[in-house]
Write a protein that binds this ligand. Structure first.
Ligand SMILES: Cc1cc2nc3c(=O)[nH]c(=O)nc-3n(C[C@H](O)[C@H](O)[C@H](O)COP(=O)(O)OP(=O)(O)OC[C@H]3O[C@@H](n4cnc5c(N)ncnc54)[C@H](O)[C@@H]3O)c2cc1C
Length: 379
Protein backbone atom coordinates (compact mmCIF):
# COMPACT_ATOMS: atom_id res chain seq x y z
CA UNK A 1 0.00 0.00 0.00
CA UNK A 2 1.35 3.45 -0.92
CA UNK A 3 2.26 5.59 2.05
CA UNK A 4 2.15 9.33 1.55
CA UNK A 5 3.49 11.85 3.97
CA UNK A 6 2.84 15.12 2.24
CA UNK A 7 2.72 18.14 4.51
CA UNK A 8 -0.36 17.84 6.71
CA UNK A 9 -1.15 21.53 7.15
CA UNK A 10 -4.40 21.98 9.04
CA UNK A 11 -6.83 19.24 8.00
CA UNK A 12 -10.45 20.17 7.39
CA UNK A 13 -11.42 16.66 8.37
CA UNK A 14 -9.88 13.56 9.90
CA UNK A 15 -11.07 10.27 8.45
CA UNK A 16 -10.58 7.34 10.83
CA UNK A 17 -10.15 4.09 8.87
CA UNK A 18 -8.52 3.55 5.51
CA UNK A 19 -10.55 0.55 4.32
CA UNK A 20 -12.85 0.73 1.31
CA UNK A 21 -15.38 2.91 3.08
CA UNK A 22 -12.88 5.38 4.56
CA UNK A 23 -10.76 5.62 1.43
CA UNK A 24 -13.74 6.09 -0.95
CA UNK A 25 -15.09 8.81 1.33
CA UNK A 26 -11.66 10.40 1.70
CA UNK A 27 -11.31 10.53 -2.08
CA UNK A 28 -14.72 12.17 -2.42
CA UNK A 29 -13.84 14.67 0.30
CA UNK A 30 -10.60 15.59 -1.45
CA UNK A 31 -12.38 15.94 -4.77
CA UNK A 32 -14.71 18.36 -2.94
CA UNK A 33 -11.74 20.48 -1.89
CA UNK A 34 -11.25 19.23 1.67
CA UNK A 35 -7.82 18.73 3.21
CA UNK A 36 -7.96 15.21 4.59
CA UNK A 37 -5.89 13.40 7.20
CA UNK A 38 -6.51 9.66 6.97
CA UNK A 39 -5.62 7.71 10.11
CA UNK A 40 -5.52 3.96 9.68
CA UNK A 41 -4.70 1.15 12.04
CA UNK A 42 -3.34 -0.77 9.04
CA UNK A 43 -3.11 -4.38 7.98
CA UNK A 44 -3.14 -5.74 11.53
CA UNK A 45 -6.79 -4.67 11.85
CA UNK A 46 -9.76 -6.79 10.80
CA UNK A 47 -10.21 -5.62 7.26
CA UNK A 48 -13.23 -6.66 5.21
CA UNK A 49 -11.75 -4.58 2.42
CA UNK A 50 -9.01 -7.12 1.78
CA UNK A 51 -11.15 -10.24 1.88
CA UNK A 52 -14.39 -9.59 0.04
CA UNK A 53 -16.12 -11.11 -2.98
CA UNK A 54 -16.03 -7.95 -5.14
CA UNK A 55 -19.62 -7.86 -6.35
CA UNK A 56 -21.35 -4.63 -7.26
CA UNK A 57 -24.68 -6.18 -6.41
CA UNK A 58 -28.24 -4.89 -6.49
CA UNK A 59 -30.76 -7.69 -7.16
CA UNK A 60 -31.33 -8.95 -3.63
CA UNK A 61 -30.81 -5.71 -1.74
CA UNK A 62 -33.46 -3.87 0.25
CA UNK A 63 -36.07 -6.30 1.54
CA UNK A 64 -37.55 -4.45 4.53
CA UNK A 65 -35.83 -1.20 3.56
CA UNK A 66 -36.56 -0.17 -0.05
CA UNK A 67 -34.39 2.93 0.30
CA UNK A 68 -31.45 0.53 0.48
CA UNK A 69 -32.43 -0.98 -2.86
CA UNK A 70 -32.53 2.52 -4.36
CA UNK A 71 -29.18 3.43 -2.75
CA UNK A 72 -27.56 0.23 -4.09
CA UNK A 73 -28.93 0.74 -7.58
CA UNK A 74 -27.82 4.35 -7.63
CA UNK A 75 -24.31 3.26 -6.69
CA UNK A 76 -24.23 0.51 -9.33
CA UNK A 77 -25.15 3.19 -11.89
CA UNK A 78 -22.53 5.61 -10.57
CA UNK A 79 -19.86 2.90 -10.60
CA UNK A 80 -19.02 3.62 -14.26
CA UNK A 81 -18.06 7.17 -13.23
CA UNK A 82 -16.02 5.97 -10.26
CA UNK A 83 -14.12 3.50 -12.45
CA UNK A 84 -13.38 6.34 -14.89
CA UNK A 85 -12.16 8.61 -12.08
CA UNK A 86 -9.86 5.89 -10.76
CA UNK A 87 -8.49 5.22 -14.23
CA UNK A 88 -7.78 8.90 -14.66
CA UNK A 89 -6.52 9.78 -11.19
CA UNK A 90 -4.77 6.55 -10.19
CA UNK A 91 -3.95 5.13 -13.61
CA UNK A 92 -5.53 1.81 -12.53
CA UNK A 93 -8.25 -0.12 -14.34
CA UNK A 94 -10.25 -1.79 -11.57
CA UNK A 95 -11.89 -4.20 -14.04
CA UNK A 96 -15.40 -2.96 -13.37
CA UNK A 97 -18.15 -4.49 -15.51
CA UNK A 98 -21.92 -4.65 -15.25
CA UNK A 99 -22.92 -7.60 -17.45
CA UNK A 100 -25.86 -8.62 -15.22
CA UNK A 101 -25.74 -11.19 -12.45
CA UNK A 102 -27.36 -14.53 -11.64
CA UNK A 103 -28.46 -16.20 -8.42
CA UNK A 104 -28.30 -19.89 -9.24
CA UNK A 105 -30.85 -22.26 -7.67
CA UNK A 106 -30.07 -25.96 -7.30
CA UNK A 107 -33.65 -27.21 -6.87
CA UNK A 108 -37.18 -26.20 -7.81
CA UNK A 109 -37.85 -25.45 -4.14
CA UNK A 110 -34.88 -23.10 -4.00
CA UNK A 111 -36.02 -21.35 -7.17
CA UNK A 112 -39.55 -20.91 -5.82
CA UNK A 113 -38.25 -19.58 -2.53
CA UNK A 114 -35.90 -17.13 -4.25
CA UNK A 115 -38.65 -16.00 -6.66
CA UNK A 116 -40.98 -15.40 -3.69
CA UNK A 117 -38.33 -13.23 -2.00
CA UNK A 118 -37.94 -11.21 -5.20
CA UNK A 119 -41.73 -10.72 -5.38
CA UNK A 120 -41.81 -9.46 -1.79
CA UNK A 121 -38.86 -7.19 -2.49
CA UNK A 122 -40.52 -5.74 -5.59
CA UNK A 123 -43.92 -5.30 -3.93
CA UNK A 124 -42.39 -2.64 -1.71
CA UNK A 125 -42.80 1.08 -2.55
CA UNK A 126 -40.46 2.71 -5.11
CA UNK A 127 -39.38 -0.63 -6.61
CA UNK A 128 -40.65 0.14 -10.11
CA UNK A 129 -37.40 0.30 -12.02
CA UNK A 130 -35.60 -2.80 -10.81
CA UNK A 131 -35.60 -5.23 -13.73
CA UNK A 132 -35.15 -8.91 -12.97
CA UNK A 133 -36.17 -12.24 -14.46
CA UNK A 134 -36.93 -15.63 -12.98
CA UNK A 135 -35.36 -18.13 -15.38
CA UNK A 136 -36.22 -21.80 -15.67
CA UNK A 137 -33.53 -24.37 -16.35
CA UNK A 138 -33.73 -24.17 -20.13
CA UNK A 139 -33.29 -20.40 -20.31
CA UNK A 140 -30.55 -20.49 -17.68
CA UNK A 141 -28.75 -23.15 -19.76
CA UNK A 142 -29.13 -21.05 -22.88
CA UNK A 143 -27.47 -18.09 -21.17
CA UNK A 144 -24.94 -20.11 -19.16
CA UNK A 145 -24.16 -23.20 -21.25
CA UNK A 146 -21.72 -24.65 -18.68
CA UNK A 147 -24.26 -25.24 -15.91
CA UNK A 148 -24.63 -28.74 -14.53
CA UNK A 149 -27.71 -30.99 -14.47
CA UNK A 150 -28.62 -29.98 -10.90
CA UNK A 151 -29.30 -26.35 -11.79
CA UNK A 152 -33.07 -25.78 -11.67
CA UNK A 153 -33.02 -22.13 -12.70
CA UNK A 154 -31.82 -18.70 -11.69
CA UNK A 155 -32.76 -15.13 -10.90
CA UNK A 156 -31.14 -12.68 -13.30
CA UNK A 157 -30.82 -8.92 -13.04
CA UNK A 158 -29.05 -6.67 -15.55
CA UNK A 159 -28.17 -4.29 -12.69
CA UNK A 160 -25.47 -6.52 -11.19
CA UNK A 161 -21.75 -6.41 -11.83
CA UNK A 162 -18.33 -6.85 -10.27
CA UNK A 163 -14.83 -5.40 -10.04
CA UNK A 164 -11.36 -6.42 -8.98
CA UNK A 165 -11.64 -5.49 -5.33
CA UNK A 166 -7.93 -5.45 -4.51
CA UNK A 167 -7.29 -3.23 -7.51
CA UNK A 168 -10.10 -1.01 -6.26
CA UNK A 169 -8.47 -0.73 -2.84
CA UNK A 170 -5.10 0.06 -4.43
CA UNK A 171 -6.62 2.55 -6.87
CA UNK A 172 -8.43 4.46 -4.13
CA UNK A 173 -5.21 4.81 -2.16
CA UNK A 174 -3.21 5.72 -5.27
CA UNK A 175 -5.76 8.40 -6.17
CA UNK A 176 -5.61 9.73 -2.61
CA UNK A 177 -1.81 9.80 -2.76
CA UNK A 178 -1.91 11.64 -6.09
CA UNK A 179 -4.14 14.27 -4.49
CA UNK A 180 -1.72 14.63 -1.56
CA UNK A 181 -3.71 13.04 1.25
CA UNK A 182 -1.97 12.91 4.62
CA UNK A 183 -2.22 9.14 5.11
CA UNK A 184 -0.96 7.65 8.35
CA UNK A 185 -1.01 3.83 8.48
CA UNK A 186 -0.08 2.34 11.85
CA UNK A 187 -2.06 5.15 13.52
CA UNK A 188 -4.89 3.53 15.49
CA UNK A 189 -7.24 5.99 17.12
CA UNK A 190 -7.68 5.25 20.82
CA UNK A 191 -10.01 8.09 21.74
CA UNK A 192 -11.79 11.16 20.42
CA UNK A 193 -12.79 14.16 22.53
CA UNK A 194 -15.20 16.82 21.25
CA UNK A 195 -13.90 20.34 21.91
CA UNK A 196 -15.31 23.82 21.40
CA UNK A 197 -14.10 24.12 17.80
CA UNK A 198 -13.71 20.53 16.68
CA UNK A 199 -12.29 17.24 17.85
CA UNK A 200 -9.11 16.02 19.55
CA UNK A 201 -8.03 12.62 18.27
CA UNK A 202 -5.59 10.59 20.32
CA UNK A 203 -3.60 7.40 19.84
CA UNK A 204 -0.30 5.83 20.85
CA UNK A 205 1.28 7.97 18.09
CA UNK A 206 0.22 11.29 19.69
CA UNK A 207 -2.75 13.53 19.05
CA UNK A 208 -4.18 15.91 16.48
CA UNK A 209 -7.12 18.25 16.12
CA UNK A 210 -9.57 18.90 13.31
CA UNK A 211 -12.87 20.76 12.94
CA UNK A 212 -14.57 17.64 11.51
CA UNK A 213 -14.17 13.90 11.96
CA UNK A 214 -15.53 10.99 9.96
CA UNK A 215 -15.58 7.54 11.52
CA UNK A 216 -15.04 4.83 8.91
CA UNK A 217 -13.20 2.34 11.09
CA UNK A 218 -15.24 -0.75 10.20
CA UNK A 219 -15.91 -2.88 13.26
CA UNK A 220 -14.18 -0.37 15.55
CA UNK A 221 -16.91 2.18 14.80
CA UNK A 222 -18.92 0.44 17.51
CA UNK A 223 -16.37 1.60 20.11
CA UNK A 224 -15.53 5.00 18.62
CA UNK A 225 -18.99 6.32 17.71
CA UNK A 226 -20.27 6.88 21.30
CA UNK A 227 -17.24 9.13 21.94
CA UNK A 228 -18.84 11.73 19.64
CA UNK A 229 -22.50 11.14 20.48
CA UNK A 230 -23.09 8.62 17.70
CA UNK A 231 -24.02 4.97 17.67
CA UNK A 232 -22.83 2.20 15.36
CA UNK A 233 -23.67 -1.16 16.93
CA UNK A 234 -21.89 -3.20 14.23
CA UNK A 235 -20.80 -6.78 14.73
CA UNK A 236 -18.62 -9.18 12.73
CA UNK A 237 -20.20 -11.60 10.27
CA UNK A 238 -17.72 -14.13 8.97
CA UNK A 239 -17.50 -14.97 5.28
CA UNK A 240 -15.29 -17.62 3.69
CA UNK A 241 -13.96 -17.61 0.15
CA UNK A 242 -12.22 -20.14 -2.12
CA UNK A 243 -10.09 -19.16 -5.12
CA UNK A 244 -9.06 -21.61 -7.83
CA UNK A 245 -6.16 -21.53 -10.22
CA UNK A 246 -6.63 -19.46 -13.36
CA UNK A 247 -8.84 -20.91 -16.09
CA UNK A 248 -9.83 -20.02 -19.62
CA UNK A 249 -12.51 -17.31 -19.50
CA UNK A 250 -15.91 -19.06 -19.44
CA UNK A 251 -17.98 -16.98 -17.06
CA UNK A 252 -18.68 -13.38 -18.01
CA UNK A 253 -21.49 -12.80 -15.52
CA UNK A 254 -21.01 -12.77 -11.77
CA UNK A 255 -23.22 -14.94 -9.59
CA UNK A 256 -23.91 -14.27 -5.97
CA UNK A 257 -21.60 -17.15 -4.98
CA UNK A 258 -19.35 -17.78 -8.01
CA UNK A 259 -17.49 -15.43 -10.30
CA UNK A 260 -14.51 -15.50 -12.60
CA UNK A 261 -12.09 -12.66 -11.93
CA UNK A 262 -10.51 -10.50 -14.61
CA UNK A 263 -7.33 -12.48 -13.95
CA UNK A 264 -8.97 -15.85 -14.63
CA UNK A 265 -9.30 -17.40 -11.17
CA UNK A 266 -12.71 -18.55 -9.97
CA UNK A 267 -13.88 -17.13 -6.66
CA UNK A 268 -16.38 -19.21 -4.73
CA UNK A 269 -18.13 -17.75 -1.72
CA UNK A 270 -19.47 -16.31 0.32
CA UNK A 271 -20.81 -17.87 3.46
CA UNK A 272 -22.24 -16.00 6.44
CA UNK A 273 -21.56 -17.07 10.01
CA UNK A 274 -21.99 -15.38 13.37
CA UNK A 275 -18.67 -16.44 14.89
CA UNK A 276 -17.46 -13.32 16.70
CA UNK A 277 -13.94 -12.27 15.76
CA UNK A 278 -12.97 -15.77 14.60
CA UNK A 279 -11.29 -15.75 11.17
CA UNK A 280 -10.26 -19.40 11.00
CA UNK A 281 -11.13 -21.13 7.71
CA UNK A 282 -13.50 -24.02 8.49
CA UNK A 283 -13.36 -27.05 6.21
CA UNK A 284 -17.03 -27.94 6.77
CA UNK A 285 -18.22 -24.61 5.36
CA UNK A 286 -15.60 -24.62 2.58
CA UNK A 287 -16.59 -28.10 1.44
CA UNK A 288 -20.31 -27.19 1.24
CA UNK A 289 -19.42 -24.11 -0.84
CA UNK A 290 -17.16 -26.18 -3.13
CA UNK A 291 -19.79 -28.89 -3.56
CA UNK A 292 -22.48 -26.37 -4.59
CA UNK A 293 -20.05 -24.67 -6.97
CA UNK A 294 -19.21 -27.98 -8.68
CA UNK A 295 -22.91 -28.84 -8.99
CA UNK A 296 -23.42 -25.42 -10.62
CA UNK A 297 -20.47 -25.71 -13.01
CA UNK A 298 -19.13 -29.29 -13.15
CA UNK A 299 -16.02 -28.08 -15.01
CA UNK A 300 -14.83 -26.49 -11.75
CA UNK A 301 -14.04 -30.03 -10.52
CA UNK A 302 -10.92 -29.96 -12.74
CA UNK A 303 -9.47 -26.84 -11.11
CA UNK A 304 -7.06 -26.71 -8.18
CA UNK A 305 -7.84 -24.52 -5.22
CA UNK A 306 -5.01 -22.07 -4.67
CA UNK A 307 -6.29 -20.07 -1.70
CA UNK A 308 -8.98 -19.99 0.92
CA UNK A 309 -9.59 -17.27 3.46
CA UNK A 310 -12.18 -15.86 5.75
CA UNK A 311 -12.89 -12.22 6.56
CA UNK A 312 -15.31 -10.33 8.75
CA UNK A 313 -18.16 -8.29 7.36
CA UNK A 314 -19.14 -5.15 9.24
CA UNK A 315 -22.78 -5.87 10.02
CA UNK A 316 -25.36 -3.57 11.62
CA UNK A 317 -28.28 -5.14 13.53
CA UNK A 318 -30.59 -5.03 10.48
CA UNK A 319 -27.86 -5.38 7.84
CA UNK A 320 -28.39 -1.89 6.40
CA UNK A 321 -25.83 0.94 6.41
CA UNK A 322 -25.46 3.56 9.11
CA UNK A 323 -24.73 7.11 7.96
CA UNK A 324 -25.19 9.89 10.45
CA UNK A 325 -23.97 13.25 11.66
CA UNK A 326 -23.84 13.64 15.42
CA UNK A 327 -26.60 15.86 16.79
CA UNK A 328 -24.73 16.36 20.05
CA UNK A 329 -21.43 17.16 18.28
CA UNK A 330 -22.06 18.43 14.74
CA UNK A 331 -19.06 17.88 12.50
CA UNK A 332 -18.70 14.26 13.63
CA UNK A 333 -19.96 11.66 11.18
CA UNK A 334 -20.09 7.88 11.00
CA UNK A 335 -20.31 5.72 7.86
CA UNK A 336 -20.51 1.97 7.89
CA UNK A 337 -22.06 -0.71 5.71
CA UNK A 338 -21.66 -4.34 4.72
CA UNK A 339 -21.44 -3.70 0.96
CA UNK A 340 -18.55 -1.31 0.73
CA UNK A 341 -17.61 -2.42 -2.79
CA UNK A 342 -21.09 -1.87 -4.19
CA UNK A 343 -21.52 1.42 -2.35
CA UNK A 344 -18.04 2.83 -3.05
CA UNK A 345 -19.39 5.00 -5.87
CA UNK A 346 -22.09 6.52 -3.67
CA UNK A 347 -19.60 7.08 -0.88
CA UNK A 348 -17.15 8.93 -3.11
CA UNK A 349 -19.62 10.78 -5.32
CA UNK A 350 -22.72 11.47 -3.18
CA UNK A 351 -22.01 11.10 0.52
CA UNK A 352 -18.56 12.70 0.66
CA UNK A 353 -19.58 15.94 -1.10
CA UNK A 354 -22.45 16.32 1.39
CA UNK A 355 -20.08 15.83 4.32
CA UNK A 356 -17.67 18.31 2.74
CA UNK A 357 -20.50 20.85 2.46
CA UNK A 358 -21.18 20.39 6.17
CA UNK A 359 -24.99 20.50 5.87
CA UNK A 360 -27.40 17.67 6.50
CA UNK A 361 -26.71 14.37 4.79
CA UNK A 362 -28.56 13.78 1.50
CA UNK A 363 -32.23 12.73 1.55
CA UNK A 364 -31.21 9.44 -0.06
CA UNK A 365 -29.57 8.38 3.22
CA UNK A 366 -32.04 9.98 5.64
CA UNK A 367 -33.40 6.58 6.70
CA UNK A 368 -29.97 5.15 7.50
CA UNK A 369 -29.44 6.78 10.90
CA UNK A 370 -29.01 4.66 14.02
CA UNK A 371 -32.28 6.13 15.35
CA UNK A 372 -34.06 3.29 13.55
CA UNK A 373 -32.70 0.87 16.16
CA UNK A 374 -34.71 2.71 18.83
CA UNK A 375 -38.16 2.30 17.27
CA UNK A 376 -40.14 0.42 19.93
CA UNK A 377 -41.17 -3.10 18.90
CA UNK A 378 -44.66 -3.23 17.47
CA UNK A 379 -44.62 0.22 15.89
C1 LIG B 1 -16.28 -12.44 2.82
C2 LIG B 1 -16.77 -11.09 2.45
C3 LIG B 1 -17.36 -10.89 1.21
C4 LIG B 1 -17.82 -9.62 0.85
N1 LIG B 1 -18.33 -9.45 -0.39
C5 LIG B 1 -18.73 -8.22 -0.79
C6 LIG B 1 -19.21 -8.01 -2.10
O1 LIG B 1 -19.23 -8.92 -2.92
N2 LIG B 1 -19.63 -6.77 -2.43
C7 LIG B 1 -19.63 -5.72 -1.53
O2 LIG B 1 -20.08 -4.63 -1.87
N3 LIG B 1 -19.13 -5.89 -0.29
C8 LIG B 1 -18.68 -7.10 0.10
N4 LIG B 1 -18.17 -7.29 1.35
C9 LIG B 1 -18.17 -6.16 2.28
C10 LIG B 1 -17.06 -5.17 2.06
O3 LIG B 1 -15.82 -5.80 1.97
C11 LIG B 1 -17.11 -4.21 3.25
O4 LIG B 1 -18.35 -3.55 3.25
C12 LIG B 1 -16.06 -3.17 3.22
O5 LIG B 1 -14.80 -3.72 3.02
C13 LIG B 1 -16.08 -2.45 4.56
O6 LIG B 1 -15.07 -1.52 4.53
P1 LIG B 1 -14.72 -0.69 5.80
O7 LIG B 1 -13.73 0.29 5.36
O8 LIG B 1 -15.97 -0.20 6.47
O9 LIG B 1 -14.13 -1.75 6.84
P2 LIG B 1 -12.75 -2.52 6.87
O10 LIG B 1 -12.35 -3.05 5.57
O11 LIG B 1 -12.89 -3.50 7.99
O12 LIG B 1 -11.71 -1.40 7.22
C14 LIG B 1 -11.69 -0.74 8.44
C15 LIG B 1 -10.44 0.07 8.45
O13 LIG B 1 -10.43 0.83 9.65
C16 LIG B 1 -9.15 0.74 10.24
N5 LIG B 1 -9.35 0.88 11.69
C17 LIG B 1 -10.04 0.09 12.52
N6 LIG B 1 -10.01 0.57 13.75
C18 LIG B 1 -9.28 1.71 13.71
C19 LIG B 1 -8.90 2.68 14.67
N7 LIG B 1 -9.28 2.59 15.94
N8 LIG B 1 -8.13 3.72 14.27
C20 LIG B 1 -7.72 3.84 12.98
N9 LIG B 1 -8.08 2.96 12.03
C21 LIG B 1 -8.86 1.91 12.39
C22 LIG B 1 -8.60 -0.61 9.84
O14 LIG B 1 -7.18 -0.59 9.83
C23 LIG B 1 -9.18 -0.78 8.45
O15 LIG B 1 -8.31 -0.27 7.45
C24 LIG B 1 -17.70 -8.54 1.74
C25 LIG B 1 -17.08 -8.74 2.97
C26 LIG B 1 -16.62 -9.98 3.33
C27 LIG B 1 -15.96 -10.16 4.64
Amino acid sequence: MTITTSSPGEPDIVVVGGGLVGSALALGLMRSGQRVTLLDEGDVAYRASRGNFALVWVQSKGLGHPEYALWSKRSAEAWHSLAGILREEAGIDVAHSQPGGFTICLSEAELEQRAAIMTRLHNQPHMTDFPYEVLGREETKRRLPDIGPDVAGAIYSPLDGHVNSLKLFRALHAALAARGVYYRPGHPVASIAPEADGFRVTGPWGELRAPKILLAAGLDNARLAPMVGLEAPVKPSKGQIIVTEKAEPFLRNPMVTIRQTDEGGIMIGDSQEEAGFDTVVGMSVISVMAERAVRTFPRLRELNVVRTWSALRVMSPDGFPIYEQSQAHPGAYVATCHSGVTLAANHALTLAPAIAAGGPLPDAVATFTSRRFHVPAGL
